[in-house]
Design a protein around this ligand. Structure first.
Ligand code: NAD
Length: 295
């Protein structure tokens, strides 16, 4: 069992940290929001007053923050790296720009610290159930060291390549997810506008060639799937603004590699319209409301 510093206890970080406590690790936690820290200290974690205090003496440091600017601010601007024991392993789980991940990894390496980028897929449900997919970029031996800890939070662990590669793979996956959720919404809205029952149409698609993750597990139409965010007023889940962030990262990666992503860009514009219409905090499957004029 390891002594672990966990920084960033939001929708994803909190359940991940809970699973590490359940697995028997000794956790020291920090978040800018005191209530988030309290939730974990009630479960047995030690509460730290700052990130620097949290990492002191830790064998493993895990961070789960909103975006690139938070990760760069923490590790580089506030120089958290210099407070981490050189023998420790850093596991950065936020979804951020590959360039940011590489920049922080290079700074860590310059101090002799092992670091991997390990963004996740599987949402808040996967975080709570300990079934996340980790998509890792970094050196193979650092991943080997991280494995026992990652296995306490996730089920599938992939090595995508060197530093930043985990982020590239995660961005490609989420661009596809954004596109397929918009496409599924469009198809369902067309069917309903032409007299079909959304549940019947969803069942047909789920067993036909249009089948996808949304029709199988995360249907965007309210009432079709009891446990999907669509049936809970689009609360919880994966927010429109987080999807918008990931589609923005895809656009940046496309620019820097001179790739064409016409569908990714269209999806980014759709989610942007939806967000500025006041739906930024709703689950991203609420994109269906753009087609049904329910916003
Ligand atoms: P969140 O906004 O709920 O949580 C982020 C937490 O980080 C907040 O509690 C915030 O107070 C804290 N924080 C920010 N800056 C900090 C700092 N300097 N020091 C300490 N704490 C700080 O976000 P989330 O939904 O938990 O997502 C976290 C990351 O995981 C994001 O990069 C997101 O894209 C990614 N992700 C989210 C989901 C999802 O379904 N929510 C799924 C996969 C990946």
């Amino acid at each position: 069992m390891s002594s672990i510093a966990f920084i960033g206890l939001g929708n994803m970080g909190a359940p991940m940290a809970h699973n590490l406590i359940k697995a028997g690790h000794s956790l020291t936690v920090f978040d800018l929001v005191p209530a988030a820290v309290q939730g974990l200290s009630d479960a047995g974690a030690r509460a730290a007053g700052s990130a620097a205090e949290a990492v002191r003496g830790a064998e493993v440091v895990i961070s789960m923050l909103p975006a690139s600017k938070h990760v760069e601010a923490l590790y580089l601007d506030n120089d958290l790296l210099s407070s981490i024991d050189p023998s420790a392993l850093v596991i950065e789980c936020s979804t951020i720009a590959p360039d940011s991940a590489r920049k922080v990894a290079a700074a860590a390496q310059a101090r002799g610290l092992a670091m991997i980028d390990a963004p996740v897929s599987g949402g808040t449900g996967g975080a709570a159930a300990g079934t996340l997919t980790f998509i890792v970029g970094g050196e193979p031996d650092a991943l080997q060291r991280a494995m026992p800890v990652l296995q306490n939070m996730g089920k599938n662990i992939f090595h995508a390549g060197t530093a930043g590669a985990g982020q590239v793979a995660k961005i490609c996956n989420n661009m596809l997810l954004g596109i397929l959720m918009a496409g599924t919404s469009e198809a369902l809205a067309l069917g309903v506008a032409n007299g079909l029952d959304p549940k019947v149409l969803s069942d047909i698609i789920a067993k036909s060639s249009g089948r996808n993750w949304a029709t199988e597990l995360y249907n965007p139409w309210p009432g079709v799937m009891e446990h999907a965010p669509a049936s809970k007023g689009y609360a919880g889940g994966f927010g429109v603004d987080l999807m918008l962030k990931d589609l923005g990262l895809a656009a940046e990666s496309a620019l820097s590699s001179r790739s064409s992503i016409p569908l990714g860009e269209l999806a980014r514009n759709l989610y942007s319209l939806h967000s500025t219409g006041g739906s930024g905090k709703l689950d991203f499957s609420s994109i269906v409301n753009l087609y049904t004029h329910n916003t």
